[in-house]
Write a protein that binds this ligand. Sequence first.
Ligand code: KIV
Length: 266
Amino acid sequence: MKKTTVNDIVRMKQEARKIPVLTAYSFQVARILDSSGIPLILVGDSAGMVEAGYENTIPVTVDEMIYHTRSVVRGRRSALVVSDMPFASYQVSLVEARKNAARLVKEAGAEAVKLEGGRRISRAISSIVRMGIPVMGHIGLTPQSVHATGGYKVQGRTKADAMTILDDAKALEEAGVFSMVLECVPAALAKEITGSVSIPTIGIGAGPDCDGQVLVVNDMLGLSGPDGVARYVKKYAELESIISGAVREYAREVSEGAYPSKGHSY
Ligand code: KIV
């Protein structure tokens, strides 16, 4: 099976082919996504919330991202693997940004990294791109800034905010990103950005006109707990009830002595 590269992802926009992206954090899930034809797997720092149970993505460390990225890289054969740079791994200095990006590529096997923010981090982005590491941008709602934004809210609703996000998109393209995530922005703004840049936009809560879509895999599989999911999430499966049904049946059979049977014994 042919390996997907960043050039293949850019070409998908040029050929008007939509780009389906999902997150993964583990070997087995990466294996399933890859063999199901997902061309780009994002090892998101959402791992901190959906896998580690943190309240937000801020505590996630580079070492944790390396652990998850290594697991995903071992599970995929063809998909491009993009790893998130966690909070404070690229904002403190350009040297830190380059070192941490290099760790994700060199120690974990990521083929690209993702950074949150627009114009204010464009120097960090171009510095990493100059090392030969492809970068994915991420604007609109940037969860690592949750304390500054005061919550997970749709961004770019006013004309001024929309202009800032459009300018950020252009700044990211100038800095050399090969694609960018647009998170929780009005569909009309996402459409305008998608038409204004030559690289693919990957939307999450950004309407149907982006070049691709991304979802957190736990959300779309119905594995993100009782708190409910954002309006943009479509649940393609309800794994929580399937797992819970299987676990209850197992517990009942063990209690009743029905498991293990002779066939499950040596
Ligand atoms: O961390 C993540 O999973 C992400 C996606 C939601 C885009 O950044």
